[in-house]
Write a protein that binds this ligand. Structure first.
Ligand code: NAI
Length: 336
């Protein structure tokens, strides 16, 4: 039996994990894991965390001191874990590398369709008895050029969707996919993708190299009026630069499922509070900006897979078995 402390949990996490558990001991905390909350993990073998828990050097050292030997991520991205510090403190890190890439790709499509046809505006308008079409004109996606940054599992699922819609799909990835090339995806340099895309969608991981990949310079290289879609990680985009570009009417529209400072906001109901983050407040009032709160992964099928694979990770940890879900310094170039 492994004793696991879950952080950043919602009711649905508890329901999915408890329904599949017969052998481990679980404790569910709503708190995010950070230096102030580490003590909750005292005497547990492992912690199970999500995208906005912070596992920096200080937290990992403190976790090791209270006896934790496993960090199990309920997600694919591991940008929030200092892998070198985990290694130095003898903590094993495991993740769920793929659960439903299609779920995130489909969410990117939902954002694009909503923004391009303004269905979020139309929905409210019609419910208010306003049947006018003024200011609802969209654009036809068929025939446009879609740019994809990162053609891993999610990027490839997204390419397939956009090819199916009849767009020309161009992509940037250091490791082009033969499968995608055969299907008609054209790989080119980043600057060319930026310059030619009507819709640009980010599907690369957050690394020191991709931090603020979209910034003042790269925004200027983008086609005037293009749509930027980010379902990757918030810090891929410099929010201040994006706001300026929207104000200058260079960037045509923006859809985000992730936000640079999301850890203070997302996954919580703040409807009765004053939002003190000026940048998201500003983004919320642009008519051509659509924001969702990191829900790309959130389908029933994804939750079932996340639970199943994480439970297997607990078993492998307990039995000391190697796993393809292990995350360590060998996986990335800049490991601290
Ligand atoms: P993956 O590891 O299968 O693919 C990532 C791809 O990005 C690889 O092909 C890699 O070569 C490429 N890449 C790496 N550095 C690059 C760079 N500098 N420029 C261009 N391409 C680069 O990962 P997967 O499963 O496709 O996930 C991608 C990202 O999506 C995750 O790292 C995570 O941040 C995000 N994600 C978001 C979710 C959401 O709910 N919104 C859910 C799951 C993942």
């Amino acid at each position: 039996m492994a004793r696991i402390a879950f952080f950043s949990t919602q009711n649905y996490d508890r329901q999915f994990f408890e329904s599949q558990n017969s052998k481990h001991r679980f404790e569910f905390f709503e708190n995010r894991l950070k230096s102030k909350t580490v003590d909750l993990a005292r005497d547990f073998d492992g912690v199970c965390v999500f995208v906005n828990d912070r596992l920096d050097e200080e937290v990992l050292k403190a976790l090791a001191e209270v006896g934790v030997k496993l960090v199990a991520l309920r997600c694919a991205g591991f940008n929030n874990v200092d892998l070198k510090a985990a290694e130095n403190n003898g903590i094993r890190v495991m993740r769920v590398p793929a659960y439903s890439p299609q779920a995130i790709a489909e969410h990117a499509l939902a954002l694009i369709m909503t923004l391009s046809r303004r269905t979020h505006k139309a929905y409210n308008r019609v419910r208010d008895g306003n049947f006018s079409l003024e200011r609802l004109m969209g654009f036809t996606i068929y025939g446009k050029t879609t740019g994809v940054i990162g053609t891993g599992q999610i990027g490839r699922a997204f390419c397939n969707i956009m090819l199916g819609l009849g767009t020309r799909v161009i992509a940037y990835d250091k490791y082009p996919s033969e499968e995608m090339i055969k299907k008609g995806v054209e790989y080119m340099e980043l600057d060319q993708v930026l310059a030619q895309s009507d819709i640009l969608s980010l599907h690369c991981p957050l690394t020191p190299e991709t931090h603020h990949l979209i910034n003042k310079d790269t925004l200027q290289k983008m086609k005037k009026g293009a749509m930027l879609v980010n379902t990757g990680r918030g810090k891929l985009v410099n929010t201040a630069a994006v706001i300026n570009s929207l104000k200058e009417e260079h960037l045509g529209s923006l859809a985000i499922d992730v936000y640079e400072e999301e850890e203070k906001l997302f996954f919580r109901d703040l409807s009765d509070y004053v939002i003190r983050d000026d940048q998201i407040a500003q983004l919320m009032i642009f008519p051509n900006v659509l924001i969702t709160a990191h829900q790309g992964f959130f389908t029933k099928e994804s939750m079932e897979e996340i639970t199943r694979i994480t439970m297997k990770n607990f078993d492998d940890f307990e039995q000391g078995k190697d796993s393809e879900n292990d995350v360590n310094c060998k996986l990335i170039k800049d490991c601290g």
